[in-house]
Design a protein around this ligand. Structure first.
Ligand code: ZN
Length: 413
C-alpha cells in the first residue's frame, strides 16, 4: 500500500504503526496485529524509514491534509483484493479511513477487553468514516483501534524486512549466527534470539511474506542491525512504531475482579504448592484478601517453569499474565517475587529430653513419642533450607514471549 501510495505522490506522515490488540481473544488471527499509517502531502523534516524497490522511503514531520480521500481508498481496496488470503477461514480483513484519530479509550478497550463488530460499525458510521469489512468484518475492529493507539505513553519499533515474491511460502534463509551477533552488538534491540532454546525469534513461523523483524528502542540501531543480518535477498524493509513490548494489555486487579480473556497483574500469597502435571505444565494457586486463583507456567515457557517450581506456600509474589477462560487460570508471562517465605525440612525425629534417645513417629501428622518414658512431642528437628530463587523479576524465555509483554530489559526504562 505504501509503495502504491508513494507512486501516486502521497506521503507517509510519521511512522507506520504495528499495533497488537488483546492477545487472549479466542477468535483472533495469529498475533492479533493491525497496521495503520497516516497519509498526507508532506513537508518539513524527513526521516528515512525504509526502502522499497531500492528507493528510500521517508516520513515527514509536517503535512497538509488531503480533502478528497477517494483515490487513497481505491488504492487500499485494490491492494487488499489482490493480496488478502480470503480462502483462509481466519481471514476477515477490514480497512478504515479516518480523518480524525479516535479517542485512545477505544484502543484501550481493544487491547485489554472485547469489542463487538456492531459497536465499531456504528462508531464508524457516526464518524462518517470510509470503511469496508470483508467476510465477518472482524478486521474493522483492529483497523479502527490501531488508529486510536497513542504512541506517546510508551512505544517500541520494529524493522520488518520482506521477502521477494517468488520466495513466498518457501523455507526462509536467515542466518542464526548473524542474529546472535546482532543481538550482542545492539543492546537497544530485544527478543532476537533464545540461546538456551536455540530459537531465532526474528523469523516468523507462518508462510507470510515477512522475512524477519527486529524489535528495538532506537530507529538508528535498527537500521544498522538490519545490515548485520545475513539472509536471502530482501525485497523491501520498513520501520514501524509499535505497542509491542509495552505491557499495555495488563491491568492491575484484585483476584475477585478477574474476568476471562483479560490480562492482569495480581499481587498475592502462594497458597498451594506448585505441581507439575502431564505434559510438563506447572500449576499453583495464589490468594489475596478477595479470593484465590490458579496460575500456570505451561510447557512452552521452558526453563521459566524451574523458577515457578521453587515457589513455596507463603511466598509473596506479583503475577503478570493472560486469563484463560473458566476455570480462570493465569497464563504467566512474568512474576515478581516480593518476599520469600522460610523453607525448612524435617531432618530427624525429636530427641527425648529425659532419655536422650530419638522418639518414634506416631503416624503422619500425629507427633512423636518416646518408646521408653512415653514423653510426647510434635516438633521434629528441622533444618532451614537455602532458597534457590531470590526476590525480583523472572520472565518467560524469548521463545515464549508474547508480542505485548514488556521484556525485563525494558522494565526500568
Ligand atoms: Zn524418654
Amino acid at each position: 500500500m505504501i509503495k502504491r501510495l508513494y507512486e501516486k505522490g502521497f506521503n507517509i506522515v510519521g511512522f507506520p504503526r504495528l499495533v497488537r490488540l488483546n492477545p487472549n481473544i479466542p477468535w483472533k488471527t495469529r498475533g492479533n496485529g493491525a497496521i495503520c499509517f497516516k497519509v498526507g502531502k508532506s513537508y518539513g523534516k524527513k526521516t528515512k524509514i525504509g526502502e522499497i524497490n531500492n528507493k528510500d522511503i521517508f516520513c515527514y514531520s509536517n503535512f497538509s491534509e488531503i480533502e478528497n480521500t477517494s483515490e487513497i481508498g481505491k488504492i487500499v481496496e485494490e491492494t487488499i483484493n489482490e493480496f488478502s488470503w480470503f480462502e483462509d477461514d481466519n481471514t476477515n480483513s477490514g480497512f478504515v479511513l479516518l480523518k480524525k484519530q479516535p479517542n485512545n479509550k477505544l484502543y484501550d478497550k481493544a487491547v485489554k477487553d472485547i469489542l463487538s463488530i456492531d459497536e465499531i460499525k456504528s462508531f464508524l458510521i457516526d464518524k462518517k468514516a470510509v470503511f469496508k469489512g470483508y467476510k465477518n468484518c472482524r478486521g474493522l475492529i483492529g483497523a479502527t483501534c490501531s488508529i486510536a493507539w497513542d504512541p506517546n505513553k510508551d512505544r517500541t519499533f520494529e524493522l520488518i524486512a520482506y521477502r521477494k515474491k517468488d520466495k513466498w511460502g518457501s523455507k526462509r534463509f536467515v542466518d542464526d549466527k548473524s542474529v546472535k551477533k546482532m543481538d550482542k552488538f545492539f543492546s537497544s534491540t530485544f527478543d532476537n534470539f533464545d540461546n538456551l532454546n536455540n530459537h531465532n525469534r526474528l523469523v516468523p513461523s507462518s508462510p507470510c511474506p515477512i522475512l524477519f523483524g527486529i524489535r528495538g528502542e532506537k530507529v538508528d540501531d535498527l537500521v544498522n542491525a538490519r545490515k548485520m543480518i545475513k539472509s536471502e535477498e530482501i525485497d523491501s524493509w520498513i520501520i514501524f512504531e509499535s505497542n509491542q513490548g509495552t505491557d499495555e494489555h495488563l491491568q492491575r486487579k484484585k483476584i475477585v475482579d478477574v474476568n476471562s480473556f483479560e490480562s492482569v497483574i495480581l499481587e498475592g500469597i502462594v497458597y498451594r504448592q506448585p505441581v507439575t502435571i502431564q505434559g510438563g505444565h506447572v500449576f499453583f494457586k495464589i490468594k489475596d484478601e478477595t479470593g484465590e486463583i490458579d496460575c500456570a507456567a505451561y510447557e512452552p515457557t521452558k526453563e521459566f517453569r524451574n523458577i515457578v517450581r521453587e515457589l513455596i506456600v507463603g511466598d509473596m509474589i506479583i503475577v503478570y499474565g493472560g486469563v484463560r477462560k473458566k476455570p480462570l487460570t493465569i497464563n504467566l508471562e512474568k512474576i515478581f517475587v516480593k518476599n520469600l517465605g522460610e523453607k525448612s525440612v524435617k531432618v530427624e525425629n525429636p530427641v527425648c529430653p529425659k532419655c536422650g534417645k530419638h522418639m518414634k513417629s506416631k503416624g503422619e501428622n500425629q507427633g512423636f513419642k518416646c518408646v521408653k518414658c512415653r514423653t510426647k512431642s510434635d516438633k521434629p528437628i528441622i533444618q532451614k533450607q537455602e532458597r534457590m530463587i531470590h526476590t525480583g523479576f523472572y520472565e518467560v524465555p524469548v521463545c515464549a514471549r508474547r508480542h505485548l509483554s514488556k521484556p525485563l530489559k525494558r522494565m526500568y526504562k
